[in-house]
Design a protein around this ligand. Structure first.
Ligand SMILES: Cc1ncc(COP(=O)(O)O)c(C=O)c1O
Length: 319
């Protein structure tokens, strides 16, 4: 095999010529490393010695923009800052500056709807595990097109199963770090098993969350229940859905809103089960380990909560 020593110009030409299907969704990237935006997918790169790349040393957020409004921006920025603080990282700019960067990147991407991924990394330097070798935090923003699930998934519901992947310990489960190997393995097992999502389970048998989404249930008494915020990520969509669900308590569509451990029998006997997250909104679950949940179609509370979340997009901040 012959291996060439390439010039920077040759590398740039090769990167620009890269072409694979997923890139069609990559619209723009901002990097503090360059202090600007690129729109060529092949140039959307991060230095290989950034601790984010070789150690997963960083935190991130996935944020939805709908008709030019950033949904739950303050909540995502708060979680990013909380995650960063937990591992001793600082955002190298204000949340207002991040918003300006998002606005410029969206302008470059020429879209009104998008999924943003915001990565805060330890930064380049060293190749060791020593975070003090790094030159300092970097922020990377990637704008991709927003892909929503087909409406049949909302009408017919999705399937879930038990995950064999051990959950992260509680401290790490609450940090949205770039160490997502267990989450990747959960997605892999769901694809391999032919189910939509698998749910991980704690040592006491309580069901926690999906690979990148929360799970909640409605019990037969009409209680809307989410797991304690102990060994799961505090989902921005789940928390907002639970705030909006207060209105359903007032109208009597649900009885109560609760934080409580969810066991296998709670799922099997639930009236409704839902997966909730940024890209999904509120998705009904109609099968667990091959057994039907509820009446096997979208339940009224899942439908109502999904509508409430989608109506709430107008409260996102304007880019
Ligand atoms: C592990 C995990 N749980 C839950 C969620 C749902 O959170 P959100 O509603 O903020 O997207 C995510 C997605 O960010 C996640 O990665």
């Amino acid at each position: 095999m012959s291996v060439s020593l390439l010039t920077p110009a040759q590398i740039q030409a090769k990167l620009a010529a890269k072409n694979y299907p997923a890139q069609q969704a990559y619209l723009a990237m901002y990097s503090t490393w360059w202090g600007g935006i690129v729109t060529e997918p092949g140039l959307m790169t991060i230095p290989v010695d950034d601790h984010l790349v070789h150690r997963g040393d960083g935190v991130f957020e996935a944020i939805k923009v709908v008709t030019g409004r950033i949904f739950l921006f303050a909540e995502h920025m708060r979680r990013l800052q909380d995650s960063a603080e937990q591992i001793g990282l600082k955002l190298p700019m204000s949340a207002g500056d991040v918003k300006d960067i998002i606005s410029e990147a969206m302008r470059a991407a020429k879209v009104q709807d998008a999924l943003l991924r915001l990565y805060l990394s330890r930064g380049p330097g060293g190749f060791t595990t020593n975070p003090y070798d790094s030159v300092g935090e970097q922020l990377y923003l990637v704008v991709t097109s927003l892909k929503t699930l087909p409406s049949e998934k909302y009408e017919q519901g999705v399937s879930i199963a038990k995950s064999a992947v051990p959950p992260k310990d509680p401290t790490l489960a609450r940090i949205k770090s770039c160490n997502y190997l267990p989450n990747v393995l959960m997605k892999k097992e769901s694809v391999d098993r032919g189910v939509d999502f698998t749910i991980n389970i704690d040592s006491a048998g309580n069901f926690l969350e999906g690979s990148t989404e929360n799970m909640v249930i409605l019990d037969h008494a009409g209680n809307l229940i989410r797991p304690p915020l102990f060994q799961i990520l505090k989902g921005t969509t789940m928390m907002r859905a639970f705030e909006l669900a207060e209105a359903l308590v007032k109208t009597g569509q649900i009885k109560n809103i609760q934080e409580q451990n969810i066991t296998e029998s709670d799922i099997v006997n639930a009236k409704e089960v839902m997966m909730i997250g940024t890209t999904l909104d509120v998705l009904p679950v109609t099968s667990f380990e091959g057994k039907k949940i509820g009446n096997g179609t979208q339940g009224p509370v899942a439908k109502e909560l999904n509508q409430l979340i989608r109506q709430d997009f107008v409260n996102g901040i304007q880019i």
